[in-house]
Design a protein. Structure first.
Length: 319
């Protein structure tokens, strides 16, 4: 079912930039939408899409760095403003971000999550992805019970952010396993692993390989196909186009130097957000202790019965 269009939008395009820069641009939009909401007649939402030029491990807001098994020049480690745990991104994924003013259109973050998850899911269905389902409790979108997109929320005082990523092409799971912790889950007497669940991900390019010509299934064209579909569903193709140019990058670089590229933020989550800035980051304490021993972000909220469908049984638990 088509969603009602709730806002005039600014569209900030598709960018491929390093992880620290992308995380800083998220905060740039959170602040911009909040500032616009205070000016009569200028309140609007923002939407953008992005990817990363190299593999990038993104930590959750309240997560310890214990999930990172090693660090080297082959990948970047950064931290986002939303909760959850670690995930590896790269050219095989595309992220989507919506930032809206806290103007009463959504009573709570659950309503906002449901609204934008519906837009993303319907957009994927319209480009040819079948058997789409939304699990708002686990913050995922699935194809035949396996995850193709996942998202998270930032419920600020003056503006709110919904962002997530879509698996465009199969990940190199062995590389992921070398870099970050992948856990096993005991369900009954059997172990199921995040490693096998990642191997089973239904990448969008695989789902569309019989429906689109091959040239449209590779970056950067696949970014455009997916972004155009989501943009049309969210905005009705009515938006003010913005560019991430020198002025915006300058503001992002300032945020990076003060926060997003600093070891204090990446390693220790310092400075944390305050209640003056954020009403809630779902699942997180704003200044609580960093959480250790977390599973991979795609699966962290998935119920056992659903995870059994995503992963392969690996070994029986010896009593």
């Amino acid at each position: 079912m088509k969603q009602e269009i709730l806002y005039p939008y600014e569209y900030w395009g598709i960018t491929v930039l390093p992880g620290h820069t992308q995380m800083a641009l998220e905060e740039f939009l959170i602040r911009r939408v909040a500032n616009l909401s205070e000016k009569a007649g200028q309140s609007r939402a923002a939407v953008r899409f992005y990817s990363f030029p190299q593999d990038t491990v993104v930590l959750g807001y309240g997560q310890d760095v214990d999930a990172v098994k090693k660090e080297d020049s082959s990948f970047l480690v950064t931290r986002r403003v939303t909760g959850g745990s670690h995930i590896q991104t790269g050219v095989n994924t595309m992220a989507y971000t919506f930032v809206v003013p806290r103007d009463g259109n959504f009573d709570n973050y659950e309503q906002m999550r449901s609204y934008y998850a519906g837009i993303v899911a319907l957009s994927l269905k319209k480009i040819g992805i079948g058997a789409i389902d939304i699990d708002n409790k686990a913050s995922i979108i699935t194809v035949k019970g396996r995850i193709i997109a996942s998202h998270a929320m930032f419920w600020g005082v003056q503006s709110a952010l919904f962002h997530g990523l879509i698996i465009l092409q199969p990940p190199d799971v062995d590389k992921i396993a070398e870099r970050v912790v992948l856990q096993k889950r005991q369900i009954g007497n059997v172990f199921y692993s995040e490693y096998s669940a990642l191997k089973n991900l239904p990448a969008l390019s695989r789902e569309l390989e019989t429906k689109l010509v091959r040239s449209l299934l590779e970056p950067p064209m696949i970014y455009r196909v997916v972004a155009d579909a989501i943009l049309k569903e969210a905005t009705g193709n009515r938006y003010q186009e913005k560019r991430i140019g020198k002025e915006t990058i300058s503001q992002a670089l300032d945020l990076m130097s003060k926060k997003f590229s600093s070891p204090q933020w990446i390693k220790e989550r310092k400075p944390p957000y305050t209640k003056d800035e954020v009403e809630e980051i779902p699942g997180e304490e704003l200044a609580g202790p960093l959480k250790r021993d977390l599973g991979y972000c795609l699966f962290i909220q998935v119920q056992d019965d659903d995870f059994k469908n995503m992963a392969n049984p690996e070994e029986e638990f010896a009593r």
